[in-house]
Design a protein around this ligand. Structure first.
Ligand code: PGA
Length: 245
């Protein structure tokens, strides 16, 4: 197996700058890229940097298309704290992205299987995803693919791990029911050309060590990405703290 490399950026902000540079490189010459941006705390500095560059005219994101990675069941962009709500705030609205360039799970939809089919079709019709930007849960989850997940899984509704249900409260101003999610599957994610896995903070050091240096196992879903030829791991000093290197 190819030996996995990772980049340690120092602070989350420096990591954001580095990943923005790398995104530009990966998308050079691509006319209408399809990007899948995770919501969450980790990629926020990257999104701020992308918005800054777009506004400054140093990077043109005007032709980028976006597909949602995941959403809580029962919520959509009209709910403060939902995945779509955060991305609207940090990325889509500041960039002025029109609805025609976004496909995003509606966790309030009556037909959730239809949401999954629409999302998979949106990706296929655009020739696949150029880059998926991922965080990692402290339990090793990728998007809402929880421990025990099937590496070949497609978009689907899942029951969330108790850790995800409790950690997820941090995105909301009031207690919110987070029992289920709708998510791209690992099989869908693995079809992307580039997978950027981002982690920052000491609380991620242990799971990053397991994901990168422990056994490849469905117990740690992130480890199932290790053999992907387009995987790049971006860490700050704190998240890299337990790696043997
Ligand atoms: P975080 O979430 O970036 O807010 O830590 C990561 C995740 O749960 O995937």
């Amino acid at each position: 197996m190819r030996s996995l490399r990772w980049t340690v950026g120092g602070t989350p902000e420096i990591m954001g700058l580095q990943v923005a540079d790398r995104l530009r490189q990966c998308l050079e010459g691509v006319k209408a890229p399809l990007i899948c941006p995770a919501s969450g705390t980790t990629p926020a500095p990257l999104y701020h940097e992308l918005v800054r560059r777009h506004r400054a005219g140093t990077m043109d994101l005007g032709a980028w298309n976006f597909v949602g990675l995941d959403e809580w069941i029962g919520l959509n962009g009209s709910d403060e704290g939902s995945c779509r709500w955060w991305l609207d705030k940090d990325l889509f609205r500041p960039l002025g992205v029109g609805e025609d360039r976004i496909c995003f799970f509606d966790g309030r939809a009556a037909d959730l299987a239809g949401e999954c089919a629409t999302t998979e079709r949106f990706i296929a019709e655009r020739g696949g995803m150029n880059v998926v930007i991922l965080g990692i849960g402290t339990n090793g989850h990728i998007a809402m693919n929880e421990p025990g997940t099937d590496v070949a899984a497609r978009s689907r509704v899942v029951t969330l791990h108790p850790t995800t249900q409790s950690v997820g409260q941090k995105y909301f101003t009031r207690q919110t029911v987070l029992e289920k999610g709708i998510t791209l599957g690992l099989g869908t994610i693995r079809e992307a050309r580039h997978i950027f896995l981002l982690a920052t903070g000491e609380h991620k050091a242990s799971i990053i060590q397991q994901a990168l240096e422990g056994p490849v196992s469905a117990d740690v879903p992130a480890s199932l990405l290790r053999d992907h030829p387009g995987l790049e791991v971006w860490l700050d000093e704190a998240a890299a703290g337990k790696l043997g290197g």
